[in-house]
Design a protein around this ligand. Structure first.
Ligand code: NAP
Length: 291
Protein backbone atom coordinates (compact mmCIF):
# COMPACT_ATOMS: atom_id res chain seq x y z
CA UNK A 1 0.00 0.00 0.00
CA UNK A 2 1.19 3.50 -0.82
CA UNK A 3 1.34 6.82 0.94
CA UNK A 4 -0.49 9.11 -1.48
CA UNK A 5 -0.39 12.92 -1.45
CA UNK A 6 -3.65 14.01 -3.12
CA UNK A 7 -3.80 17.65 -4.28
CA UNK A 8 -7.15 19.04 -5.43
CA UNK A 9 -10.17 17.75 -3.49
CA UNK A 10 -12.99 19.19 -5.60
CA UNK A 11 -16.00 17.52 -7.19
CA UNK A 12 -13.81 14.71 -8.59
CA UNK A 13 -10.75 14.65 -6.33
CA UNK A 14 -12.69 14.34 -3.07
CA UNK A 15 -14.47 11.05 -3.84
CA UNK A 16 -11.38 9.66 -5.63
CA UNK A 17 -9.18 10.35 -2.59
CA UNK A 18 -11.72 8.66 -0.33
CA UNK A 19 -11.77 5.57 -2.57
CA UNK A 20 -7.99 5.36 -2.21
CA UNK A 21 -8.42 5.37 1.58
CA UNK A 22 -11.04 2.61 1.27
CA UNK A 23 -8.54 0.59 -0.80
CA UNK A 24 -6.10 0.73 2.12
CA UNK A 25 -3.77 3.57 1.10
CA UNK A 26 -2.51 6.25 3.47
CA UNK A 27 -3.89 9.40 1.82
CA UNK A 28 -2.76 12.91 2.75
CA UNK A 29 -4.98 15.49 1.08
CA UNK A 30 -4.38 19.13 0.34
CA UNK A 31 -6.80 21.63 -1.19
CA UNK A 32 -6.56 25.38 -1.74
CA UNK A 33 -9.77 25.88 0.27
CA UNK A 34 -8.80 23.90 3.37
CA UNK A 35 -12.37 23.01 4.41
CA UNK A 36 -12.58 20.60 1.46
CA UNK A 37 -10.22 18.19 3.28
CA UNK A 38 -12.95 17.44 5.86
CA UNK A 39 -14.70 14.51 4.05
CA UNK A 40 -11.30 12.87 3.43
CA UNK A 41 -10.36 13.14 7.11
CA UNK A 42 -13.79 11.80 8.12
CA UNK A 43 -13.15 8.83 5.79
CA UNK A 44 -9.82 8.02 7.50
CA UNK A 45 -7.38 10.12 5.48
CA UNK A 46 -5.19 12.98 6.67
CA UNK A 47 -5.17 16.70 5.86
CA UNK A 48 -2.09 18.78 4.97
CA UNK A 49 -1.91 22.57 5.14
CA UNK A 50 0.41 22.84 2.14
CA UNK A 51 1.47 20.89 -0.95
CA UNK A 52 4.95 20.45 0.56
CA UNK A 53 3.50 18.99 3.77
CA UNK A 54 1.34 16.54 1.77
CA UNK A 55 4.23 15.44 -0.46
CA UNK A 56 6.69 14.91 2.41
CA UNK A 57 6.97 11.11 2.82
CA UNK A 58 4.63 10.28 -0.07
CA UNK A 59 5.42 7.50 -2.61
CA UNK A 60 2.79 8.84 -4.98
CA UNK A 61 1.56 12.38 -5.71
CA UNK A 62 -1.93 12.47 -7.24
CA UNK A 63 -3.29 15.69 -8.75
CA UNK A 64 -6.90 16.55 -9.63
CA UNK A 65 -6.70 20.25 -10.51
CA UNK A 66 -8.71 22.39 -12.96
CA UNK A 67 -6.32 23.39 -15.76
CA UNK A 68 -2.81 23.34 -17.27
CA UNK A 69 -1.55 26.44 -15.37
CA UNK A 70 -2.72 24.95 -12.04
CA UNK A 71 -0.90 21.66 -12.63
CA UNK A 72 2.21 23.47 -13.89
CA UNK A 73 2.28 25.79 -10.87
CA UNK A 74 1.77 23.00 -8.31
CA UNK A 75 4.43 20.76 -9.92
CA UNK A 76 7.15 23.21 -10.91
CA UNK A 77 6.58 25.59 -8.00
CA UNK A 78 6.12 23.03 -5.26
CA UNK A 79 6.15 19.24 -5.89
CA UNK A 80 9.33 19.05 -8.00
CA UNK A 81 11.32 20.78 -5.24
CA UNK A 82 10.26 18.52 -2.38
CA UNK A 83 9.35 15.08 -3.78
CA UNK A 84 11.81 12.25 -3.03
CA UNK A 85 13.64 10.70 -6.00
CA UNK A 86 11.55 8.01 -7.67
CA UNK A 87 8.23 9.50 -6.54
CA UNK A 88 5.43 8.64 -8.97
CA UNK A 89 3.23 11.58 -10.02
CA UNK A 90 -0.24 10.63 -11.28
CA UNK A 91 -2.00 13.58 -12.89
CA UNK A 92 -5.74 12.88 -13.09
CA UNK A 93 -6.49 16.47 -14.23
CA UNK A 94 -7.52 17.27 -17.81
CA UNK A 95 -4.79 19.47 -19.30
CA UNK A 96 -3.10 20.17 -22.64
CA UNK A 97 -1.26 17.14 -24.11
CA UNK A 98 1.84 19.22 -24.88
CA UNK A 99 1.96 20.53 -21.30
CA UNK A 100 1.60 16.97 -19.95
CA UNK A 101 4.52 15.81 -22.15
CA UNK A 102 6.68 18.75 -21.08
CA UNK A 103 5.97 18.22 -17.37
CA UNK A 104 6.73 14.48 -17.66
CA UNK A 105 10.11 15.37 -19.21
CA UNK A 106 10.85 17.87 -16.44
CA UNK A 107 9.89 15.27 -13.83
CA UNK A 108 12.19 12.70 -15.40
CA UNK A 109 15.08 15.18 -15.48
CA UNK A 110 14.64 15.53 -11.70
CA UNK A 111 14.61 11.78 -11.03
CA UNK A 112 10.82 11.67 -10.65
CA UNK A 113 8.26 9.68 -12.66
CA UNK A 114 5.03 11.06 -14.08
CA UNK A 115 2.00 9.64 -15.88
CA UNK A 116 -1.09 11.46 -17.21
CA UNK A 117 -4.33 9.71 -16.20
CA UNK A 118 -7.29 11.93 -17.12
CA UNK A 119 -10.66 10.44 -16.37
CA UNK A 120 -14.16 10.27 -17.82
CA UNK A 121 -17.41 9.29 -16.14
CA UNK A 122 -18.31 12.50 -14.36
CA UNK A 123 -19.14 13.04 -10.73
CA UNK A 124 -21.15 9.80 -10.65
CA UNK A 125 -18.17 7.87 -12.00
CA UNK A 126 -15.90 9.38 -9.34
CA UNK A 127 -18.36 8.65 -6.53
CA UNK A 128 -18.89 5.05 -7.68
CA UNK A 129 -15.19 4.38 -8.44
CA UNK A 130 -16.34 3.61 -11.98
CA UNK A 131 -14.22 6.03 -13.99
CA UNK A 132 -12.77 5.37 -17.41
CA UNK A 133 -9.08 6.30 -17.22
CA UNK A 134 -6.92 7.01 -20.27
CA UNK A 135 -3.31 6.60 -19.25
CA UNK A 136 -0.17 8.02 -20.87
CA UNK A 137 3.28 7.12 -19.58
CA UNK A 138 6.11 4.62 -19.48
CA UNK A 139 5.06 0.98 -19.17
CA UNK A 140 6.71 0.41 -15.77
CA UNK A 141 5.26 3.60 -14.27
CA UNK A 142 1.76 2.72 -15.46
CA UNK A 143 2.17 -0.78 -13.99
CA UNK A 144 3.20 0.72 -10.64
CA UNK A 145 0.17 3.06 -10.68
CA UNK A 146 -2.24 0.28 -11.61
CA UNK A 147 -3.49 -0.54 -8.05
CA UNK A 148 -4.34 3.14 -7.50
CA UNK A 149 -6.03 3.50 -10.88
CA UNK A 150 -8.05 0.32 -10.31
CA UNK A 151 -9.27 1.74 -6.99
CA UNK A 152 -10.99 4.67 -8.72
CA UNK A 153 -11.80 3.30 -12.17
CA UNK A 154 -13.30 0.28 -13.91
CA UNK A 155 -11.92 0.90 -17.43
CA UNK A 156 -8.22 1.63 -17.21
CA UNK A 157 -6.34 1.63 -20.51
CA UNK A 158 -2.70 2.47 -21.22
CA UNK A 159 -2.98 4.42 -24.48
CA UNK A 160 0.65 5.43 -25.11
CA UNK A 161 3.60 7.53 -23.93
CA UNK A 162 3.37 10.66 -21.72
CA UNK A 163 0.69 13.04 -23.06
CA UNK A 164 -1.21 10.30 -24.93
CA UNK A 165 -3.80 10.06 -22.16
CA UNK A 166 -4.56 13.77 -22.55
CA UNK A 167 -4.91 13.42 -26.32
CA UNK A 168 -7.52 10.68 -25.87
CA UNK A 169 -9.24 12.75 -23.19
CA UNK A 170 -9.50 15.70 -25.61
CA UNK A 171 -11.27 13.39 -28.09
CA UNK A 172 -13.54 12.27 -25.25
CA UNK A 173 -14.50 15.84 -24.45
CA UNK A 174 -15.29 16.57 -28.10
CA UNK A 175 -17.60 13.55 -28.29
CA UNK A 176 -19.32 14.42 -24.98
CA UNK A 177 -19.90 18.10 -25.85
CA UNK A 178 -21.25 17.20 -29.29
CA UNK A 179 -23.59 14.62 -27.76
CA UNK A 180 -24.88 17.11 -25.19
CA UNK A 181 -25.48 19.78 -27.82
CA UNK A 182 -27.45 17.35 -30.01
CA UNK A 183 -29.43 16.04 -27.05
CA UNK A 184 -30.35 19.62 -26.09
CA UNK A 185 -31.48 20.37 -29.65
CA UNK A 186 -33.50 17.15 -29.82
CA UNK A 187 -35.33 17.95 -26.57
CA UNK A 188 -36.14 21.53 -27.65
CA UNK A 189 -37.34 20.11 -30.99
CA UNK A 190 -39.53 17.49 -29.28
CA UNK A 191 -40.97 20.06 -26.89
CA UNK A 192 -41.92 22.36 -29.81
CA UNK A 193 -43.90 19.43 -31.25
CA UNK A 194 -45.68 18.84 -27.96
CA UNK A 195 -44.14 15.36 -27.68
CA UNK A 196 -44.40 13.28 -24.52
CA UNK A 197 -40.84 14.03 -23.42
CA UNK A 198 -40.26 11.25 -20.83
CA UNK A 199 -41.69 8.69 -23.28
CA UNK A 200 -39.50 10.04 -26.07
CA UNK A 201 -36.38 9.90 -23.89
CA UNK A 202 -37.17 6.33 -22.85
CA UNK A 203 -37.48 5.02 -26.40
CA UNK A 204 -34.53 7.05 -27.71
CA UNK A 205 -32.39 5.50 -24.96
CA UNK A 206 -33.10 1.99 -26.27
CA UNK A 207 -31.98 2.61 -29.84
CA UNK A 208 -28.93 3.91 -31.67
CA UNK A 209 -29.49 7.37 -30.17
CA UNK A 210 -28.97 5.91 -26.70
CA UNK A 211 -25.84 7.01 -24.84
CA UNK A 212 -24.35 7.62 -21.42
CA UNK A 213 -24.96 11.32 -22.12
CA UNK A 214 -28.66 10.69 -22.75
CA UNK A 215 -28.91 8.48 -19.63
CA UNK A 216 -27.21 11.03 -17.35
CA UNK A 217 -28.29 14.37 -18.83
CA UNK A 218 -31.75 14.13 -20.44
CA UNK A 219 -33.72 14.16 -17.20
CA UNK A 220 -31.61 17.02 -15.84
CA UNK A 221 -32.40 19.07 -18.94
CA UNK A 222 -36.13 18.28 -18.59
CA UNK A 223 -36.03 19.25 -14.89
CA UNK A 224 -33.94 22.38 -15.49
CA UNK A 225 -31.49 21.01 -12.89
CA UNK A 226 -28.07 22.33 -13.91
CA UNK A 227 -26.14 22.02 -10.62
CA UNK A 228 -22.60 20.80 -11.44
CA UNK A 229 -21.38 18.06 -12.14
CA UNK A 230 -18.98 19.13 -14.81
CA UNK A 231 -18.91 22.89 -15.11
CA UNK A 232 -19.31 24.70 -18.43
CA UNK A 233 -16.13 26.64 -17.53
CA UNK A 234 -14.18 23.36 -17.53
CA UNK A 235 -15.72 22.17 -20.79
CA UNK A 236 -14.86 25.55 -22.33
CA UNK A 237 -11.27 24.90 -21.25
CA UNK A 238 -11.43 21.44 -22.83
CA UNK A 239 -12.84 22.71 -26.15
CA UNK A 240 -9.86 25.07 -26.22
CA UNK A 241 -7.58 22.06 -25.77
CA UNK A 242 -9.39 20.24 -28.62
CA UNK A 243 -9.14 23.15 -31.05
CA UNK A 244 -5.49 23.87 -30.21
CA UNK A 245 -4.45 20.20 -30.46
CA UNK A 246 -6.38 19.79 -33.73
CA UNK A 247 -4.78 22.91 -35.16
CA UNK A 248 -1.27 21.85 -34.15
CA UNK A 249 -1.77 18.54 -36.00
CA UNK A 250 -3.42 20.19 -39.01
CA UNK A 251 -6.67 18.32 -38.42
CA UNK A 252 -9.94 19.86 -39.63
CA UNK A 253 -12.77 19.51 -37.06
CA UNK A 254 -15.75 21.62 -38.17
CA UNK A 255 -18.29 20.19 -35.71
CA UNK A 256 -15.82 20.72 -32.86
CA UNK A 257 -15.56 24.38 -33.85
CA UNK A 258 -19.34 24.81 -33.80
CA UNK A 259 -19.77 23.01 -30.48
CA UNK A 260 -16.93 25.07 -28.98
CA UNK A 261 -18.86 28.21 -29.92
CA UNK A 262 -22.03 26.88 -28.26
CA UNK A 263 -20.07 26.12 -25.07
CA UNK A 264 -18.49 29.60 -25.23
CA UNK A 265 -21.93 31.18 -25.71
CA UNK A 266 -23.23 29.33 -22.65
CA UNK A 267 -20.34 30.72 -20.64
CA UNK A 268 -20.78 34.23 -22.05
CA UNK A 269 -24.42 34.15 -20.97
CA UNK A 270 -23.25 33.74 -17.36
CA UNK A 271 -23.77 29.97 -17.12
CA UNK A 272 -20.08 29.00 -16.70
CA UNK A 273 -20.64 27.65 -13.20
CA UNK A 274 -23.50 25.37 -14.28
CA UNK A 275 -23.27 21.75 -15.41
CA UNK A 276 -22.42 21.23 -19.10
CA UNK A 277 -26.00 20.05 -19.62
CA UNK A 278 -26.78 23.80 -19.43
CA UNK A 279 -26.03 23.82 -23.17
CA UNK A 280 -29.79 23.21 -23.19
CA UNK A 281 -30.23 26.81 -21.94
CA UNK A 282 -28.23 28.13 -24.90
CA UNK A 283 -30.32 26.14 -27.38
CA UNK A 284 -33.44 27.50 -25.65
CA UNK A 285 -32.12 31.07 -26.04
CA UNK A 286 -31.26 30.48 -29.70
CA UNK A 287 -34.92 29.55 -30.18
CA UNK A 288 -36.08 32.86 -28.81
CA UNK A 289 -37.17 31.60 -25.41
CA UNK A 290 -35.96 32.44 -21.91
CA UNK A 291 -34.52 29.39 -20.13
P1 NAP B 1 -13.23 21.42 -9.04
O1 NAP B 1 -14.44 20.92 -8.33
O2 NAP B 1 -13.08 22.86 -9.33
O3 NAP B 1 -11.96 20.90 -8.21
C1 NAP B 1 -10.66 21.39 -8.37
C2 NAP B 1 -10.07 21.54 -6.98
O4 NAP B 1 -8.71 21.92 -7.09
C3 NAP B 1 -10.78 22.62 -6.17
O5 NAP B 1 -11.20 22.07 -4.93
C4 NAP B 1 -9.69 23.69 -5.99
O6 NAP B 1 -9.76 24.35 -4.75
C5 NAP B 1 -8.45 22.86 -6.06
N1 NAP B 1 -7.26 23.64 -6.42
C6 NAP B 1 -7.12 24.51 -7.45
N2 NAP B 1 -5.87 25.00 -7.46
C7 NAP B 1 -5.23 24.45 -6.41
C8 NAP B 1 -3.92 24.55 -5.89
N3 NAP B 1 -3.02 25.37 -6.47
N4 NAP B 1 -3.60 23.83 -4.79
C9 NAP B 1 -4.50 23.03 -4.20
N5 NAP B 1 -5.77 22.87 -4.64
C10 NAP B 1 -6.12 23.57 -5.74
O7 NAP B 1 -13.07 20.66 -10.44
P2 NAP B 1 -13.43 19.15 -10.81
O8 NAP B 1 -14.77 19.12 -11.45
O9 NAP B 1 -13.12 18.23 -9.67
O10 NAP B 1 -12.37 18.93 -12.01
C11 NAP B 1 -10.99 18.68 -11.78
C12 NAP B 1 -10.36 18.19 -13.07
O11 NAP B 1 -11.04 16.98 -13.48
C13 NAP B 1 -10.47 19.18 -14.24
O12 NAP B 1 -9.31 19.13 -15.01
C14 NAP B 1 -11.68 18.65 -15.02
O13 NAP B 1 -11.61 19.03 -16.37
C15 NAP B 1 -11.53 17.15 -14.80
N6 NAP B 1 -12.76 16.35 -14.89
C16 NAP B 1 -13.90 16.75 -14.24
C17 NAP B 1 -15.05 15.96 -14.34
C18 NAP B 1 -16.36 16.36 -13.67
O14 NAP B 1 -17.40 15.74 -13.99
N7 NAP B 1 -16.39 17.31 -12.75
C19 NAP B 1 -15.04 14.77 -15.09
C20 NAP B 1 -13.84 14.39 -15.69
C21 NAP B 1 -12.72 15.17 -15.59
P3 NAP B 1 -10.77 25.58 -4.46
O15 NAP B 1 -11.90 24.96 -3.74
O16 NAP B 1 -9.98 26.54 -3.62
O17 NAP B 1 -11.16 26.17 -5.79
Amino acid sequence: MSTVAFVGLGIMGDPMARHLVAAGHDVVGHNRSPEKTRPLVDAGGRAAGSVAEAVDGADVVALMLPDSPDVTEVLTGQVFDVAAPGTLIVDFSTIRPDVARDLAEQAQARGLRMIDAPVSGGQAGAENAALSIMVGGAEADVADARPLLDAVGTTVVHVGPPGAGQTVKAANQLIVAGNIALLAEALVFLEAHGADLPAAVEVLGGGLAGSAVLNQKAQRMLDGDFAPGFRIDLHHKDMGIVSEAARSAGVVTPVAALVAQLVAATRAAGDGGLDHSALHRTVTRLNGDTP
